[in-house]
Structures are given as C-alpha cells and as structure tokens.
Design a protein around this ligand. Structure first.
Ligand code: ADP
Ligand code: ASP
Ligand code: MG
Length: 605
C-alpha cells in the first residue's frame, strides 16, 4: 500500500472553506487506496501575527518562549483539519510535533530534526485514520517545544515521508510527498516578482536545494535535504486545482541541456566586512568558526588580498541575523585591531543550473544582463551550480528580471523530450526512477545530520586576479566576454568592491593549460581600458572541496574545514560556498596536505 504525505501551506488552510477543500483532498487520496498523513502550517498570516504580538511585549523575546508561542499557530490548524475530515464522515486524528516524537536539537527558532518516532502514527494509520501532524515544530530532549525556522512545515512533511519510507517498523515502501501551495508548481523564478516566469516540469534535488537556499521561498531548503538523502520524490502543486505540479527528483540528462534552470532573489541580506585583519593562516577559521558557533550561515565570502600584512574579509548573512553576527564579529575585530563595516540594504540575485557545469559563457551572460540593465554589482561569488550577485535592495527585482530574461527563462522550454519528467528514458514517472534504488545517504537516528559524500583535490587550475579595477559592472562583462570568446572555461569567480572605495577586485580560476592565455587577455584589456589595474597570475593553485547535502547551512562543515586547514598552517586564498559543495583555494604546494587534513577531519566522524 502506498503512503501519501500531503502538506498544506498557510494560504491553503486560511479559511474554513479551504480547510474543507484540503480535507476533501486527503479523503480522496485515502479512497484511492492510500494511507494518508496530512501536515499543516499555521493559517494565513498567523505566524507573522504571533511574531508581531510578541514584539508588542518585548523587543527581544526569549527564543524558547517564541517557539512556545509560534507552535500554537500550527496547533490550531491541525485541530480544525481533523474536525473537517471527521465532519465529512471519515476518521482523523491530530498530533502536535511533540505528541508523535519529532525530536529536535535545542536551537530554538531554527531547530534541526534528530529523529522521528513512527509508532503512534503507524498505530493511527492502521486504525484507518487520516493522521494530521502539525508542521514546523518539534520537541527537544528536555521536552521544550522547538520550531524549525520560517517555512519549516515543508521540512516536517518531507522528513515524515522519509522516515515512513525507511523505518523498518513501517510497512510502506512507496511514499509520496505532495506540497500543496498557492502556486501550481516551481517556476523559473518567483512569479509574484517576475510574472513571465515559467512553470518547470521537473527539477533536480540539487537545483531546488540551491534555489530554495538562495531565496526561492516556495520550498524550505532543508526539506530538499531530506528528499535527496532519503530518495523521496516531492511534488509541488496547487491546492486550488488539479493541474500537474512540479516534480523534485534526481537529476536526469535533459535537465542539464540548458545552463540555467531558475533564478532567485534573497531580498533581505546584509554584507559585513572586517577591514584590516592580519593576513596570516587561521584568521578565516577564527572568524567563520565564531559565526558558525552561533549557528549563523554565511554566504558570498570575499577575501581581498592583503596589503602591508592586513587583509579584508567580507561575507553576507540574512539581514535578520545581522545583529547576532555583528555581536560576534565586533569582539573578534577588537582583538585583531580591525574595523567592522556593514551594509544592510542589499539583495542577492542568483542563477542556478546543473547545466552550468558543462556550458561555457554563463558568467559573461549573467554580467552582461546586469550591466545592460545598469545595475551596480557589489560582489559576485560562484558555486558548483550557481552564480550570485549582490546588489542594492532597490535594484533587486530589476536585476532578477534582467538575468531571468538573459537566460531565456521567460520562454516556454521547447527542447524537452515528450516525456519530460523522466528524460524520455522509458520510465513513466519519477517514482519508478527512484524505485531503481539510489543509495540512501541519510540515517534515521540522526536524520538531519550532515552527510559528506566526497572530499577531493583539484590540481588542474590556475588563477588570475585583477586589483584596482573600476567598479562598473560593464568591466566584468567585458572581461568575461573576452575570456569566453577565447573558449576558456571559467570555474570559480570572486568579485567585490573594496569597502568604502570605488575600486573592485576580481579573481577567477581557469584550467592551468589556459591560465596564461586568460592572463594575457586580461592584461591587454586592462592596458587599453583600465590602466590603473594590477594583475596577478598564479599558474597553479589547488582547490580542495567537500561535497555533501546542505553543507553551507550546516555551519559546522565550514568550521571543521577551515579548522583542519588552519591547524596545519595552510592559508586559504579563496572560498566558494554552496549547499552542495564548499571549495577552498590553497597554494598549489599545500594541495595534498590540505586534502589529507580534510579527509582526517571528516572521516573521523
Ligand atoms: P505556503 O504557505 O504554501 O508554504 P509559501 O508562501 O511558503 O506558501 O510559498 C509559495 C510562494 O512562493 C508563492 O506564492 C511564490 O510567490 C513564492 N515563490 C518564490 N519563488 C518561487 C518559485 N521559483 N516558484 C514558485 N513560487 C515561488
Ligand atoms: N507557519 C510557519 C511559517 O509561517 C511554518 C510554515 O508555514 O511552513 O513560517
Ligand atoms: Mg512555505
């Protein structure tokens, strides 16, 4: 028998009518011969209203009590949903997270799931009941109520699907997870900001993980970690209609035929710079481990080259985490004799695509779109399958539209095979593809623990750095257009405006065989257009990387990685973070030792 986990978001349970409609959907799934678990969010804007209420009492509500408060939103929904199903004549029972044993760690307001007990759910399902579970909440080992972070009901739903699929006590091996929301699928970007966005037929776990963590609010990114680790196919679809939604599933060939599958914006970002830190090994480790200790995930790390033994380290955090970040960073800066600067009026615009790994010229197209739209880029970083640009908040939506259009994402995809969902390879639906058993990388007893799948050393690249560049975005598009025209494939890029000046720095890696050519191209451009620029050539660099699931937001990974390198006195020249890989550039002669250090750090667990 198949088990279906249906999750209804806030808008889908906002009114009594919608609760009844959701109840009918759950009943229909049961009548079709499935067992059904329903996960619900708080109704409409309840969670926002509860937060506002707390703020009326105090500016700084204790996080434990905040969780106690916020969890009530979902508790209302589950009771109403159970009543609705019963009113329609079918048995149903509601449970809070604590009641069914969703055990989390104790990081209030962003707790991670440790494990879920299946006993009580199985008993109720066996009795023929539709089981209603409160999303977004759990309980720690001391029975304190916790919540999983905004949007966390998706994560409850996929985690439940995962545990029901793999727990030996559960009879279900076929488990579907349906996310019912107010859009009819995952679009190439947020259709509320870019109305011409197109619905995507299917998207890979990695792409969705990146998009969600870069701001595509349609799914909670941590839910995709569960989906990938435990092979749960997820469908995002409308609670208002029956149209086919979007499958989130393993990568298939057709997905990489285009370089970019989607674009996202994280509107509320902040950028922090520490100016004048000592340029010695171990400093990055000190900075990033202190932030990681506060469970704050950083992105867009830019390390400017040291001048007179002092360097600048910059990075972005979510705007609401700026106060906590500054508290940590100011303490360190005092110790280093460095200065902290920040701006909190910035947005991050990103493109994502598994096809980026093999297509060239992606960066150039991205920069050209932004330059043509006259958008000042403040920083750029790349990851395995993403490129992000930091822009003024006021420019954010325009920048998003520009890059969306530049990659043709506003046009319907015509190149899809007729059975687009599966790459036309004979499988009728992704559930069959998943049945062909991919390895399960997660563990039920520590469900949300980080999974590191690979640690590698890449000794095939060199690096070119340009300092003292004019700050205009056009400079980036010209530089990378010339590199792309020469057929040179660029891998990592880090660009940033030197804080407080109109000068920019950019550093990029290319294959060693091409690095001299890339340097010459940059030099001839600089000679004619940017006479102030200084160029540096490193014919050989080493790139060590840690690949896994959710490695950026599991802040412990970066800490362990930088710690392992610092303990061996290895200096970090460049850092690239994404949800699926953290890459670090080190001096070529340190490559093998860096690899050994990382292997030791991660295999010891
Ligand atoms: P729910 O309450 O059902 O969880 P959310 O508001 O969390 O709903 O998510 C749905 C919203 O996500 C949509 O209304 C849409 O505005 C937004 N969104 C952002 N990015 C995307 C995207 N790429 N595709 C679809 N919707 C998106
Ligand atoms: N109610 C919570 C929120 O608004 C969780 C969710 O909707 O997924 O963030
Ligand atoms: Mg949501």
């Amino acid at each position: 028998m198949r088990l279906v986990v249906q999750k209804f978001g806030g808008t889908s349970v906002a009114t009594a009518e919608r609760i009844m409609a959701a109840a009918r959907r759950a009943i229909r799934a049961q009548q079709q011969g499935n067992r059904v678990i329903v996960v619900v969010s708080a109704r409409g804007d309840t969670t926002d209203e509860l937060i506002a209420l707390a703020k009326e009492i105090t500016d700084n509500p204790p996080s434990r009590e905040m969780d106690m408060l916020l969890s009530t939103g979902e508790q209302i929904s589950i009771a109403l949903m159970a009543m609705a199903i019963q009113a329609l004549g079918y048995p149903a029972i509601s449970f809070t997270g604590a009641q069914i044993g969703i055990v989390t760690d104790s990081f209030h307001t962003k707790a991670r799931i440790k494990n879920i007990s299946t006993q009580r759910i199985l008993q109720a399902l066996n009795d023929g009941q539709i089981v209603i579970v409160a999303g977004f909440q759990g309980v720690d080992e001391n029975y304190n109520i916790t919540t999983l972070g905004r949007g966390g009901s998706d994560t409850t739903a996929v985690a439940l699907a995962a545990v029901m699929k793999h727990d030996p006590a559960s009879p279900f091996r076929e488990v579907d997870c349906e996310i019912y929301t107010d859009v009819d699928g995952v679009y190439t970007t947020d259709p509320r900001i870019v109305p011409e966005a197109q619905k995507i037929a299917a998207i890979s776990y990695d792409e969705m993980l990146e998009l969600a963590s870069l701001g595509a609010g349609v799914m909670h990114s941590r839910s995709i970690e569960f989906a990938k680790k435990f092979n749960v196919p997820v469908m995002v679809r409308s609670s208002f209609s029956d149209v086919e939604g979007t499958w989130i599933m393993p990568e298939t060939d057709w997905m990489t035929q285009v370089p970019v599958c989607g674009a996202a914006i994280a509107k509320e970002e902040a950028r922090v710079s520490i100016v004048g830190v000592p340029d010695v090994p171990g400093v990055s480790h000190r900075i990033f481990s202190a932030i990681a200790d506060s469970n704050i995930a950083v992105d867009m790390i830019c390390q400017n080259l040291g001048v007179a033994g002092r360097a600048e380290v910059g990075f972005t955090v979510l705007r609401n985490e700026l106060p906590a970040t500054l508290a940590v960073i100011r303490r360190l800066a005092d110790e280093f004799g460095a200065e902290v600067r920040y701006e909190d009026n910035v947005s991050k615009v990103s493109i994502v695509g598994a096809g980026m790994r093999t297509h060239t010229g992606v960066a150039e197209r991205f920069f050209r779109a932004l330059a043509d739209a006259d958008i000042q880029v403040k920083a750029v970083t790349t990851g395995d399958i993403k490129i992000s640009a930091l822009v003024d908040k006021a420019d954010g939506p325009r920048a998003l539209r520009a890059v969306h259009q530049a990659f043709g994402l506003h046009l319907p995809r015509r190149d899809l095979p007729s059975r687009a969902l599966t790459g036309g390879d004979g499988h009728a639906d992704p559930r069959e593809l998943l049945a062909s058993e991919l390895p399960v990388t997660g563990r039920l007893e520590a469900m949300e623990d980080i999974v590191v799948s690979d640690i590698t050393l890449d000794e095939s690249q060199g690096r070119v750095t340009l300092l003292e560049l004019p700050s205009q975005t056009r400079v980036l598009s010209e530089l990378f257009a010339a590199i792309a025209q020469a057929g040179i494939n660029v891998d990592l890029i880090v660009h940033s405006l030197r804080n407080g000046t109109a000068r920019a720095e950019v550093s990029f890696s290319v294959p060693r065989a091409d690095v001299r050519r890339a340097w010459e191209i940059a030099q001839s451009l600089a000679r004619t257009h940017w006479p102030q620029a200084q160029l540096l050539l490193e014919p050989e660099i080493a790139v060590v990387s840690v690949t896994g699931v959710g490695v950026r937001t599991h802040t412990g990974v970066a800490r362990r990685m930088f710690g392992a390198l610092a303990s061996r006195g290895i200096n970090i020249a460049m850092i690239s973070t994404s949800e699926i890989r953290i890459e670090v550039v080190v001096d070529a002669r340190h490559g093998p030792e860096a690899l050994a250090a990382l292997r030791q750090a991660f295999c010891a667990t």
